[in-house]
Write a protein that binds this ligand. Structure first.
Ligand SMILES: [Fe+2]
Length: 365
C-alpha cells in the first residue's frame, strides 16, 4: 500500500497551518517512491507524524534522517557536545554507542537501552534556564516553553535539515497550563511533556512589509561556542531569548575561537520544495545583526530586542502546535522551517524515553 498523507485537522480558533500524519509507511524499508512522497510531504507540511513506530531501530532512524541529506554524517552538534561538560546541552543527551548520531533524551532512570546501562535522564526544566521560575507549589500544574530553538550547533557546522524524534516511553494522563508570564496574559493548555512547534514561514508571513524588507536583507551573526557562551545567561519567561545582564562568557572563558567557524546566516531561509520563506533565528544564540548597508548592530540588548519583536507574535497560543505524544510516535520535522521547544515538568517517578537524531548538514542554508 502506498504511503498516505493526511493533514492534521484544523480547528477554527487555531492559526496552525502545518502538520500531517503519514500512514502505511514502513520506516525500516522505505522504497524510493515512498521516500519521495515523504520528502515532499515533509517540506509541504513541516511536521510529519508516523504512529506505532516503537519497533524502529536506531540505525533505521539514522538512515531516514540521513536520506534527507545523504552527504551528512555527524550528529548536528558534533561528536563532542554530549561530553562537553560546560555546554548547556550536555546534561540533556545520552549517545547510543552503536549509532552515535542518535541520542537518548527524556526523564528518569533507565536500566538498559540500546547498549546504554543505568542512565539517568533529565527532562530540561525551565527553572534551570529561566530567570524567574514558576513557584514550586505550582510546578506540576503549570509550565513554560523551555527554550525556542532550531536544532543547530551554529558554530562551524551547518544547521541540520530535519530532525527525527521517537517516543519510546511516555508518562500518561496529566495536562499542564503553559504560562507565557510576559504581561500578555497568554496561556496554553498542553499535554504533559509536549514538544511545541511554530512555523518560521508563518512567523515571516505575518511581518509588516517594512519588517520583511529588514529580515530579507539582514543577517544574524551567532556567538562563538554559543551553548557555552550562554551557559550563565537566563531566559525570558517565554523561552524566546535571553535577558541582557552581562552574564555571557567572555572570549577568555570560552574554548579557543576559530573565526572561520563563526556563523553569519540569513534571517530568512527558503523552503527547498515550496520556495516559501521562513524567519529562522535561534534567539538565544544571536550576537550581532549585519545590515544590508554593511553596518553591524553589535549592542547585544538591541539585537535581542529587535529579534524578540520579530518573533514573539508568532509564538502566541493560536500559532503553537503542541504535540500530544503517544508511545510509538515517530515525528520527522523540517528543522530549517520551524522553531520548537521542550515543554513541561515531570515528577520524579514519571519516566520518559525518546530517541532524537539530526545531522549537521552538508550545505549551509
Ligand atoms: Fe531541539
Amino acid at each position: 500500500m502506498p504511503v498516505e498523507i493526511q493533514p492534521f485537522p484544523r480547528t477554527p480558533d487555531s492559526n496552525v497551518t502545518f502538520g500531517a500524519e503519514v500512514r502505511h509507511a514502513d520506516i525500516e524499508h522505505l522504497d524510493e517512491k515512498d521516500f519521495e512522497a515523504i520528502h515532499d510531504a515533509l517540506y509541504k507540511h513541516q511536521v510529519l507524524l508516523f504512529r506505532g513506530q516503537k519497533h524502529v531501530s536506531p540505525e533505521a532512524q539514522y538512515q531516514l534522517t540521513k536520506r534527507f541529506d545523504p552527504a551528512s554524517d555527524t550528529y548536528g552538534h558534533g561528536k563532542d557536545v554530549p561530553n562537553a561538560k560546560n555546554s548547556i546541552l550536555h546534561p540533556d543527551l545520552k549517545t547510543i554507542p552503536s549509532v552515535p548520531q542518535v541520542q537518548v533524551i527524556g526523564h528518569g532512570f533507565v536500566k538498559e537501552l540500546e547498549g546504554l546501562h543505568n542512565i539517568q535522564l533529565r527532562h530540561p526544566h525551565h527553572r534551570t534556564f529561566h530567570r524567574d521560575a514558576i513557584p514550586a507549589e505550582k510546578d506540576l500544574d503549570c509550565t513554560r516553553f523551555y527554550r525556542w530553538h532550531i536544532d543547530a550547533a551554529l558554530y562551524g557546522r551547518h544547521p541540520p535539515k530535519v530532525t527525527t524524534l521517537l517516543a519510546i516511553s511516555v508518562p500518561k494522563g496529566r495536562r499542564q497550563t503553559l504560562l507565557y508570564d510576559d504581561g500578555s496574559g497568554d496561556t496554553l493548555d498542553v499535554p504533559l511533556g509536549t514538544t511545541a512547534f511554530v512555523s518560521g514561514e508563518t512567523m515571516y508571513e505575518r511581518l509588516s512589509d517594512e519588517e520583511k524588507h529588514f529580515v530579507n536583507t539582514s543577517r544574524i551573526e551567532y556567538a562563538p561556542h554559543p551553548y557555552i557562551w550562554m551557559s550563565e545567561c537566563r531566559s525570558f519567561p517565554t523561552g524566546l531569548g535571553l535577558y541582557t545582564e552581562g552574564r555571557e562568557l567572555s572570549e577568555e572563558q570560552l574554548p579557543p575561537i576559530d573565526q572561520d567557524m563563526i556563523q553569519v546566516l540569513p534571517m530568512v531561509w527558503k523552503n527547498p520544495v515550496t520556495g516559501k520563506p521562513a524567519l529562522q533565528i535561534h534567539p538565544s544564540a544571536i550576537r550581532k545583526i549585519h545590515k544590508a548597508d554593511g553596518t553591524v548592530i553589535d549592542d547585544l540588548k538591541t539585537v535581542r530586542d529587535i529579534v524578540y519583536k520579530l518573533q514573539r507574535p508568532a509564538i502566541s497560543p493560536s500559532y503553537v502546535y503542541a504535540h500530544d505524544w503517544q508511545e510509538g510516535d515517530f515525528v520527522l520535522f523540517h528543522n530549517r522551517g520551524l522553531l520548537h521547544s521542550v515543554v513541561g515538568a515531570f515528577a520524579d517517578d514519571e519516566v520518559r524515553i525518546f530517541r532524537q537524531c539530526n545531522l549537521a548538514a552538508s550545505v549551509s542554508v
